[in-house]
Design a protein around this ligand. Structure first.
Ligand code: ASC
Length: 126
């Protein structure tokens, strides 16, 4: 899919960056840092769930670089499992946001954030 390693790296970093921006907007509401706006939460969480599908194409070939640890390409089953888990959690977050219930959003946000962190802990350099 990518002609050059640098394109794959830029692609996955860009997808994750955009996802993080929108995840942060949902998190600010879930954590009470900004007032809850149900429509904004739903829109941002939908973008998160959509963006969550994208980074993986940038990891398909063993294009090392950025903060990616080489273990990604040595422990592919584990990496895929964490990637799948994160995507599932973002779908749950979007569903929670759709209810318009802040308590449900709060309940879904923690596990979603934990699913980001789980992969970073094992596969991202600091
Ligand atoms: C974010 C972001 C992450 C995750 C992670 C959750 O907003 O950019 O990488 O949440 O910090 O623990």
């Amino acid at each position: 899919q990518f002609a050059k390693a640098e394109d794959a790296i830029k692609y996955r970093q860009s997808a994750l960056f955009v996802m993080a921006q929108h995840f942060g907007r949902v998190g600010a509401m879930a954590n009470g840092k900004v007032p809850f706006d149900a429509k904004a939460a739903e829109q941002n969480a939908d973008i998160v769930a959509q963006m969550a599908k994208l980074p993986w194409a940038g990891f398909e070939a063993a294009h090392e670089g950025g903060k990616a640890k080489p273990e990604i390409w040595k422990e592919q089953a584990k990496f895929k499992d964490l990637a799948d888990k994160m995507q599932a959690e973002t779908v749950k977050l979007a569903a929670a946001a759709k209810t318009g219930d802040l308590d449900k959003l709060k309940a879904a946000f923690g596990p979603a954030a934990a699913s980001c962190k789980a992969c970073h802990d094992d596969f991202r350099n600091r």
